[in-house]
Structure formats: structure tokens, C-alpha cells
Design a protein around this ligand. Structure first.
Ligand SMILES: Cc1cc2nc3c(=O)[nH]c(=O)nc-3n(C[C@H](O)[C@H](O)[C@H](O)COP(=O)(O)OP(=O)(O)OC[C@H]3O[C@@H](n4cnc5c(N)ncnc54)[C@H](O)[C@@H]3O)c2cc1C
Length: 306
């Protein structure tokens, strides 16, 4: 009975604390992100990302979590601990309390990958309404690589210097020729919505993109990963830096629990158990595919000496 009573009292105290905080509410702001509002962070040769607006901060995440847990946390360390707990246990809705609106200029082929992320709000430049700028992406020579033999969706290894030069010069010529055709078509009275079909996917488009922090982190997890295409990864890496400025505690938890975490499946964990038991496990006797075995070696190499 005593326990029941004190629990009730504690719950009342907690709701009182939350009520007082609601009454004293101020709009959260983050000086580090305010300082870069509207600033264009260059990506690729003509692209950029810039923050147009944002809502919430680390404290807003903590505050939302406190509504569900009732108990208060006060110090930065406790807030960091709570955010880490939320991230680790995939208690994701508090992260949805924060939103960010970005202005992005990106090649159309990058936009096609990006738009697969359905949980954002998008408003794109209209090539039906306006004339496209003559701006197209030409990769730097170090980013022109051969078709990967191990990953059908990737590039790896060098190409002959003249192959790289031919490719870069060829893309430039084709892109210029296509724009000449586009301009001529528009000059001849063809509707902009039709003329645009002559432009290749390395032409730049622009959009406003608004997303909550939970879904932004999901996007960044997939698109800042080494398996993502270099061109979209370049955007994701720039956005990661913005997230670090905006919500540093969340960024630290994300880095620890998601970016730097390694997921091993059952068979891979069995190999780890065999090694812990003192067995010498090789690629041949592991029972794993080469790719799985390499995943374990890469993970160990990454964390050795950390
Ligand atoms: C390296 C890489 C290679 C890829 N290769 C290909 C490819 O070859 N071909 C191809 O077509 N795509 C490819 N994709 C795109 C990929 O399949 C996903 O469409 C994309 O990454 C978006 O992921 P998502 O659906 O989790 O994200 P979001 O659309 O942002 O959704 C976030 C989360 O919301 C939930 N969700 C959203 N909408 C729904 C829904 N309608 N129903 C249920 N749950 C939903 C899911 O949990 C989802 O994970 C690739 C992506 C990557 C990163």
C-alpha cells in the first residue's frame, strides 16, 4: 500500500514537473546551425546543400522521451545517456520531433536515388515551367573507375588514363550538344515540358527537402555508407556534418550505435564463437561465403587499436 501511494505521488510530481516545463516553453534553437542557415555547402562540381530551416534540438528529443517515461533527466551527461539509450533500443519516435528543411542542388541521376526515400516532403524545380540552366555534372578523373567485378552495382580500380580522358571529354561533348538541341527546340517554340527530354541525367535539378530527424538518419545510414554511389554519398557526408552541428548528442549516439556498428548474422556470429573458443578459422573452413568472411575481417580491422 505504501509503495502504491509513493508511486502515485511520484507520478504526480513528474507530471507537475512536465506541466511547469510546458508553461515555461521557449522555441528551441541551436547557435551552431543558426550560424550556417542559408549558407551553401558545395557538393560535386555545381551542387550544394543548405539548411533553410529546422525545428527542435537534442533537448526536444529528451523532452519528448520524458513525456513517455515521466522521469526527468537534467545534466548534459544524463541527456546524452538517454539519447544513446533511445538510439540503441530503437525507440525512434522522440527523434521524429525534430525536422530540417534543406535546399539541395543535385544531378538528376542522384535525385532519382534520393527520391526513393519516401518519408520526406519534396518540392522540385519545374522544368515544365522554367528553362533548365546549362549545368551538368562532370566527374573528376579520380572518380572515374572501372566496373567492379565483385559488386555489380559499383566501381573499383583504376582505368587507363586515356579511357578516363575519353569518358570525361565525351560526357562533356554530349551534354553540351544536348543543351544546344534543347535551346533550339525551345527557340523553335517546342513546349519546355517536351524540350527537357533531350537533357541527360547528369543535368542539375534543385529541390526543397524536408524530413524528420529519425528518417534523415535512416537516409544517411544508407547513403553515407560505402555501398552507396559516390555521388549521393558526397551529399550524405555533407549532411552528416550538418547533423553534427544541429544535434551533437544525437549525432554521437548515431555514430556509436549505427554508423560504426556492425551487424553480424547467425552464421557469422558462430564463426566469432569458434574463434573465441580458440579455434583457427579460415575462409575455407568457416562455412561462410568470401563476402561474409571478409565482412568479419573488415570489422575486426576497423576496431583493432580503437
Ligand atoms: C546501396 C543501395 C542500392 C540500391 N539499389 C537499388 C536497386 O538496384 N533498385 C531499386 O529499385 N532500388 C535500389 N535501392 C533503393 C532501396 O531499395 C530503397 O528504395 C531506398 O534505399 C529507400 O529505402 P527505404 O524504403 O528504407 O527508405 P524510406 O522510403 O525513406 O522509408 C523509410 C522507412 O519507412 C518505412 N516505409 C516507408 N514507406 C513504406 C511503405 N510504403 N511500406 C512499408 N514501410 C514503409 C520503411 O520501414 C522504410 O525503411 C538501393 C539503395 C541502396 C542504399
Amino acid at each position: 500500500l505504501v509503495l502504491k501511494h509513493s508511486k502515485k505521488e511520484r507520478a504526480m510530481e513528474n507530471s507537475q514537473v512536465i506541466k511547469q516545463e510546458w508553461e515555461a516553453l521557449e522555441r528551441p534553437s541551436v547557435a551552431a546551425i543558426d550560424a550556417i542557415l542559408g549558407h551553401q555547402f558545395p557538393v560535386l562540381d555545381h551542387g550544394f546543400v543548405r539548411v533553410i530551416d529546422y525545428m527542435g534540438n537534442d533537448a526536444a528529443i529528451v523532452q519528448a522521451a520524458r513525456v513517455s517515461y515521466g522521469a526527468g533527466t537534467k545534466t548534459v551527461n544524463e541527456d546524452a545517456g538517454l539519447i544513446n539509450y533511445l538510439m540503441e533500443h530503437r525507440h525512434s519516435t522522440p527523434f521524429e520531433m525534430c525536422e530540417i528543411k534543406l535546399h539541395v542542388k543535385l544531378p538528376i541521376f542522384v535525385a532519382r536515388q534520393w527520391i526513393r526515400h519516401r518519408t520526406a516532403n519534396v518540392n522540385e524545380y519545374s522544368a515544365r515551367y522554367s528553362i533548365m540552366d546549362k549545368e551538368f555534372y562532370i566527374p573528376r578523373s579520380q572518380n572515374v573507375q572501372a566496373q567492379s567485378q565483385s559488386n555489380k552495382q559499383g566501381r573499383e580500380g583504376g582505368l587507363e588514363h586515356n579511357e578516363v580522358e575519353n569518358f570525361i571529354n565525351g560526357v562533356e561533348t554530349v551534354s553540351n550538344n544536348c543543351y544546344d538541341f534543347y535551346e533550339d527546340a525551345i527557340g523553335g517554340g517546342v513546349a519546355r515540358e517536351l524540350a527537357r527530354m533531350s537533357l541527360p541525367v547528369n543535368y542539375y535539378t534543385q529541390w526543397y527537402w524536408k524530413i524528420d530527424l529519425h528518417n534523415l538518419l535512416h537516409f544517411l545510414h544508407l547513403r553515407a555508407d560505402s555501398h552507396a554511389q559516390y555521388e549521393i554519398r558526397a551529399y550524405a557526408e555533407t549532411m552528416l556534418r550538418m547533423v553534427k552541428l544541429w544535434v551533437p548528442l544525437t549525432y554521437a549516439a548515431f555514430e556509436k550505435n549505427v554508423i560504426d556498428a556492425v551487424t553480424l548474422n547467425r552464421d557469422e556470429m558462430k564463426v566469432i564463437a569458434r574463434v573465441v573458443n580458440g579455434e583457427t578459422v579460415t575462409s575455407e573452413n568457416s562455412g561462410l561465403s568470401d563476402r561474409s568472411f571478409k565482412k568479419i575481417l573488415d570489422a575486426i580491422a576497423k576496431f583493432r587499436g580503437m
